[in-house]
Design a protein around this ligand. Structure first.
Ligand code: HEM
Length: 106
């Protein structure tokens, strides 16, 4: 299984607005072939740091499934209207991991 993490470096002043964008997202990704799971991660030390590291994490059955989504109308539609640049302190990476094994050794 593939885990794709899109990391965002967010100005704490825009914490709520940024989180709200994801709360009200379209959710079209859930309909894609090979989609497994979506999580939105928010830092626990909110309010004590200059840059917050948030992450939009998706799980996919395969690389083909993930790439299929990035080339889809659903992806384009979800990203048609990005937030203002001032919400971010820097560009964050997109990292792709494979689940090598889990607690059951599987
Ligand atoms: C390969 C790169 C990216 C991945 C894997 C990714 C991942 C995701 C996922 C899983 C969603 C939810 C889609 C849905 O519910 O249908 C989403 C929406 C969103 N993404 Fe991305 N994203 C990427 C690039 C970007 C970039 C460059 C930005 C720029 C800041 C961005 C900002 C957002 C925002 C703000 C939303 C919420 C929807 C909205 O505000 O209209 N994403 N993204």
């Amino acid at each position: 299984m593939l885990v794709v993490t899109n990391t965002f470096y967010v100005d704490p002043a825009y914490h709520e607005e940024f989180e709200q964008r994801f709360r009200s997202r379209m959710g079209a990704v859930e309909e894609m072939d090979g989609f497994v799971r979506f999580e939105f991660h928010t830092p626990v030390d909110h309010g004590h740091i200059e840059t917050e590291t948030h992450a939009a994490v998706t799980y996919w059955e395969s690389m083909d499934a993930f790439e299929g989504w990035t080339e889809s109308e659903a992806f384009r539609e979800a990203h048609r209207n990005p937030p203002p640049e001032e919400w971010f302190t820097d560009d964050g990476p997109v990292t792709i991991h494979e689940v090598a094994f889990d607690a059951d050794g599987e």
